[in-house]
Ligand binder design. Structure first.
Ligand SMILES: [Zn+2]
Length: 86
């Protein structure tokens, strides 16, 4: 009856497949990726930040992570827009 989609443990790899149409932008540069996992790999290699480990520590799943990034980038984007306009 109830679909339990919140299994413990390895949610990251499964999550990737549901996010095919999602564009994820790196938080530290302007790179775009088609999946959260690509972003994490990029951040680990390019920025020395293991976001998967960080997210597990803070119990953030990848969908939440995408929301957080989109939120931050929206705010930063608006901020930049305001600065540029002046
Ligand atoms: Zn980056």
């Amino acid at each position: 009856m109830f679909e339990d989609s919140e299994e413990e443990g390895e949610g990251w790899e499964e999550c990737e497949e549901d996010q095919e149409d999602t564009q994820v932008t790196c938080l530290f540069c302007s790179h775009n990726f088609s999946s959260a996992e690509d972003t994490f790999t990029h951040c680990r290699i390019e920025h020395n930040l293991d976001l998967i480990q960080w997210s597990r520590q803070h119990q953030v799943d990848c969908i939440q992570y995408i929301k957080i990034i989109n939120f931050i980038r929206l705010k930063v984007g608006l901020l930049l827009y305001e600065v540029m306009e002046k």
